[in-house]
Design a protein around this ligand. Structure first.
Ligand code: SF4
Length: 271
């Protein structure tokens, strides 16, 4: 049995994911990390919205809620409030998290809710046919941007840090060890954490943007995702097609949502 497999549901195979899709790599990293952390099936609840990556929780042995498009975070918040002993993990895509669910995302970060949000950023809406999302880079193509996307994109790290996130990191499906390291930190801590994983959708994003070989797409991450030093050494123009990777914030000094609630309840009881 490979590491993490004990949390996988084999009767759900085959997955709905296309051959070469990066979603399985991200899920594998999460399951492996949870096994290394000695978690049991009872310790974790997975919550997801709609989209290819949002199917992740359904392939696990954990309790899981597959909710409405963009609404995973409010469900996750409610679960955490009622069962604070659980690790609550949201599996979501770039569209689900930053477009339809964008408002929920910023307010969960602001509240420092004790959940981990893993954003599978494949730069496109895969399940619904290849539309561009708020995380699609400028000039990249989607089925709603045949000649290239002329909208500005969100920088998810800056967005959630600006909203109040206390842990945020970005990596890629090519960087398995980084994913696990960040997941370990995120799953172990209190407060809001978000990990953005750049991942490959060879079928829509790849095909529309002239690189449909999943292996080549993964290798391309070495050129797109750069360390802070390398990224900052680039010209403004060169930065537009690249992203900084690594940990962007790790602040363990703030009280989390659950802690603040406990403090308030204590005050009320004492008054
Ligand atoms: S459409 Fe893209 S993201 Fe969705 S399963 Fe296929 S390769 Fe993966």
């Amino acid at each position: 049995m490979i590491k993490g497999e004990k949390f996988f549901k084999p009767d759900r195979l085959p997955t709905i994911w296309c051959p070469g899709c990066g979603n399985g790599i991200v899920l594998h990293a999460a399951l492996e990390t949870l096994e290394e952390m000695d978690c049991s099936k009872k310790d974790v609840v997975c919550v997801s919205g709609i989209g290819c990556s949002s199917r992740s929780g359904t392939y696990t042995q954990f309790d899981q809620v597959h909710t409405l498009h963009g609404r995973a975070i409010p469900f996750a918040t409610a679960i955490k409030l009622s069962r604070p002993e659980k690790k609550v993990i949201v599996f979501t895509g770039d569209g689900d998290a930053s477009a339809i669910g964008g408002n929920h995302l910023i307010h969960a970060a602001r509240r420092n809710v004790d959940i981990t949000v893993i954003v599978f950023n494949n730069s496109i809406y895969g399940m619904t046919g290849g539309q561009v999302s708020p995380l699609t880079a400028q000039y990249k193509k989607g089925t709603t941007a045949r000649f290239g996307n002329y909208e500005n994109q969100f920088d998810l790290m800056r967005l959630v840090i600006g909203a109040g996130a206390t842990y945020a990191a970005r990596t890629g499906s090519y960087y398995f060890k980084h994913m696990k390291k960040y997941m370990n930190k995120a799953f172990s801590r209190k407060g809001f954490s978000l990990i953005e994983v750049i991942t490959q959708c060879p079928v829509y994003y790849g095909r529309l943007n002239g690189i449909s070989d999943p292996y080549k797409m993964m290798l391309q991450q070495k050129d797109i995702l750069l360390t802070k030093e390398k990224y900052e050494a680039l010209s403004e123009e060169d930065r537009s097609s690249r992203l900084m990777m690594g940990e962007f914030i790790e602040d363990n000094t703030q009280y989390s949502y659950i802690e603040k609630r406990e403090q308030l309840l204590k005050k009320v009881r004492e008054s």
